[in-house]
Design a protein around this ligand. Structure first.
Ligand code: HEM
Length: 154
């Protein structure tokens, strides 16, 4: 399947670019920090987190490759989750809060929202898997930052 007609080539363009991803990240973490199940996981939260997640999402969705160029790339992203021992209950709450943030901040395009949520489902499963290993675990070379498009993982 190719890109659906009358839509931009990348999900990055379709969501409306970096400003929209920053708003998405901001809305999401406001909810996370107010959530009794997730707030303790994010005890070490700093405001830069919001920007870093927006930069990661921009790259994943086919926008600027700044996370790789400036923030340590795929390996740094995985390493950030080591030792967190994320439970399935926490992962599902994360998804629930992200669904609400997507509904608030992203364009009203059902296919776009579905593709974005499919990425989050995939990504949170990996985050959970990695989080079972202790901090400092050598992850080897995870390869380049993945890309997620209209057909899922590219
Ligand atoms: C697709 C899913 C996910 C993405 C894209 C993502 C993205 C990120 C990024 C970019 C960072 C680094 C932030 C920075 O440099 O400040 C990070 C750190 C972190 N993530 Fe995630 N994450 C995901 C899933 C999860 C889940 C499911 C949880 C827990 C329920 C989680 C908990 C954390 C925590 C606690 C940190 C901070 C670790 C530290 O203290 O440095 N993440 N995440």
């Amino acid at each position: 399947m190719t890109r659906p007609s009358e839509r931009p080539e990348t999900l990055y363009e379709a969501v409306g670019g970096s400003d929209v991803l920053r708003r998405l990240s901001n809305t999401f973490y406001e909810a996370v920090l107010a959530d009794p199940l997730l707030a303790p996981v994010f005890a070490g939260f700093t405001p830069t987190h919001i920007e870093h997640v927006a930069v990661w999402l921009a790259e994943i969705f086919g926008g600027p490759v700044r996370f790789t160029a400036e923030l340590g790339g795929h390996q740094a992203l995985l390493r950030a989750h080591l030792g967190l021992s994320i439970t399935e209950e926490q992962r599902l709450r994360w998804m629930e809060l992200m669904t609400a943030a997507v509904e608030k901040e992203l364009p009203d395009d059902e296919l776009l929202r579905r593709r974005v949520m499919e990425y989050f489902d995939w990504g949170t499963k990996i985050a959970r898997e990695v989080s079972a290993d202790p901090a400092g675990t050598d992850l080897g070379d995870p390869g380049p930052t993945p890309r997620w498009g209209w057909n899922g993982l590219r």
